[in-house]
Design a protein around this ligand. Structure first.
Ligand SMILES: Cc1ncc(COP(=O)(O)O)c(C=O)c1O
Length: 453
């Protein structure tokens, strides 16, 4: 029967068993929260926090909601707000990706950008600003970190769904913590129906939560790339009392595990799915007795295609190590011999060069005649060629490229590359007549960053 309303499709997500990863004596099941209509587990709390505010009168018809987030909670709230006719203002730190902001704006959200370099207590800190905007506009400050309807969503929906889908037989649940709604809500539910079920925390390295669970105290937070989980403080609604094991997972392990999940099981999960799965696999493999274990795919890998599912991003972040040559091949991020350099031919039209620069987001292209590099064409060359007459986009690249090439050999030391960069050029690496690729300033920065302590 067709659903009456998209909001009726929140929750009741499928559960699937992991079949091709090593789980020791255990069986591991994943709940596919990415299949909620807004694409993540946060649809559940978007609905429950709005409905709770409607019930207790904090939210009137046509009212305004304010929250501080650019993440999945913003999308979950946006979905419910647009279908129920509320205005939503989200305060978003300026480090968030443009994709997320486009997505929110397309859902009718008013996005207020604020600084991401200030801490709690500063007037421009995103949470303080959201609270102030709500007060000034008579809006409802949603505050997922302190809102009891957040854990309640998981206590009343995620938990019972898992329990039924597992036929009342589950020995451990592995989850991450952002606001802690999931962990707190599931802890409460399982404390009632199955007190022996163990809660397991999956935490990104750099977050303070794992140490807090293991030692009861914590130090300075670091940074991590996994999105949606990990914290630098203990959320007010957090209840860790039932957590029996906690694992700290590096960004590298999270990203490579998320990729393995796609490769082995065909499940496209986000970066945090990698953290949860890595912790779940460690937990499963360390058991002496068979257990039935559940974890979550909290959002979709679709949101991270240009990050962890992009081989170059993985390399640039040092998460995948390439074979090392001890020469400039270690610095070139897109090696020509791996068919990774974007090139044009001298007889291609300038329109083709323009389209490739735009598609691959590069500002210059080597011009190759067969295996020989015969020139380079950059944005400036293109602009000079077409400025007087846009019909010149039809001219061949050879008429606009710079053919006077300064090349460097494979054994050129990095300080010599600095001279090339200082002239505003990229380094064109050619050795014994063979083209190896280009090196930009950013490539050298990635190279040095990956060697930094
Ligand atoms: C992307 C993402 N967001 C949020 C959460 C859970 O967050 P919360 O603690 O706010 O319920 C998870 C948990 O794994 C997650 O992976």
């Amino acid at each position: 029967m067709p659903a009456q309303h998209i909001l009726d499709l929140i929750g009741n997500t499928p559960l699937v068993e992991v079949k091709n990863l090593e789980t020791g004596p255990c069986r591991l099941f994943l709940k596919l929260e990415n299949q909620n209509p807004g694409g993540s587990i946060k649809d559940r709390i978007g609905k429950s926090m709005i409905e709770a505010a409607e019930r207790d009168g904090r939210l009137k018809p046509g009212g305004t909601l304010v929250e501080a987030t650019a993440g999945n909670t913003g999308l979950g709230l946006a979905l419910v707000a647009l279908l129920k006719g509320y205005k939503l203002i989200l305060v978003v730190p300026d480090k968030m990706s443009r994709e997320k902001i486009f997505h929110l704006k397309a859902m009718g959200v008013q996005v207020v950008l604020t600084r991401s370099d200030v801490e709690k207590g500063h007037p421009e800190y995103y949470q303080d600003m959201a609270e102030r905007i709500a007060a000034e506009n008579g809006g409802f400050y949603v505050n997922q970190f302190g809102n009891e309807a957040n854990p309640l969503a998981h206590e009343s929906s995620t938990g019972p769904e898992i329990w039924e889908q597992m036929h009342h037989d589950v020995q451990a649940v592995v989850c991450g913590v952002g606001s802690s709604g999931t962990l707190t809500g599931l802890s409460r539910y399982f404390a009632r129906v199955s007190p022996a079920t163990e809660m397991v925390l999956a935490d990104p390295e750099g977050s303070v939560l794992c140490e807090y669970v293991n030692k009861g105290s914590y130090g300075q937070a670091g940074s991590w790339v996994v999105e949606g989980i990990g914290e630098d403080f203990i959320p007010p609604i957090a209840d860790f009392s039932r957590v029996k094991a906690a694992y700290s997972i590096s960004d590298r392990e999270s990203c490579t595990t998320a990729r393995e999940l796609l490769l082995k099981e065909g499940i496209l999960g986000g970066s945090s799915t990698g953290t949860l799965l890595a912790a779940a696999l460690r937990y499963c493999r360390s058991q002496s007795f068979p257990k039935r274990v559940v974890s979550l795919v909290c959002d979709s890998g679709n949101k991270y295609l240009s990050k962890l599912f992009n081989d170059y991003w993985m390399r640039d972040n040092g998460f995948v190590v390439r074979p090392q040559f001890g020469d400039l091949r270690d610095v070139i991020s897109r090696l020509h011999e791996e068919f990774a350099t974007v090139t044009v031919a001298p007889d291609d039209k300038l329109a083709v060069a323009y389209a490739r620069m735009k598609l691959y987001d590069v500002s210059q292209l080597p011009v190759l005649q067969g295996a020989q590099v015969v020139g380079i064409v950059d944005e400036w060359d293109l602009l000079i060629a077409v400025e007087a007459d846009p019909a010149s986009f039809q001219r061949p690249v050879r008429t606009a490229m710079s053919a006077r090439l300064e090349t460097v050999g494979l054994s050129t030391p990095i300080p010599v590359l600095m001279e090339t960069f200082n002239k505003g050029h990229v380094a064109v690496v050619v050795d014994q007549g063979r083209f190896y690729g280009l090196i930009t300033r950013m490539d050298v920065l990635h190279h040095l960053r990956n060697r930094a302590p």
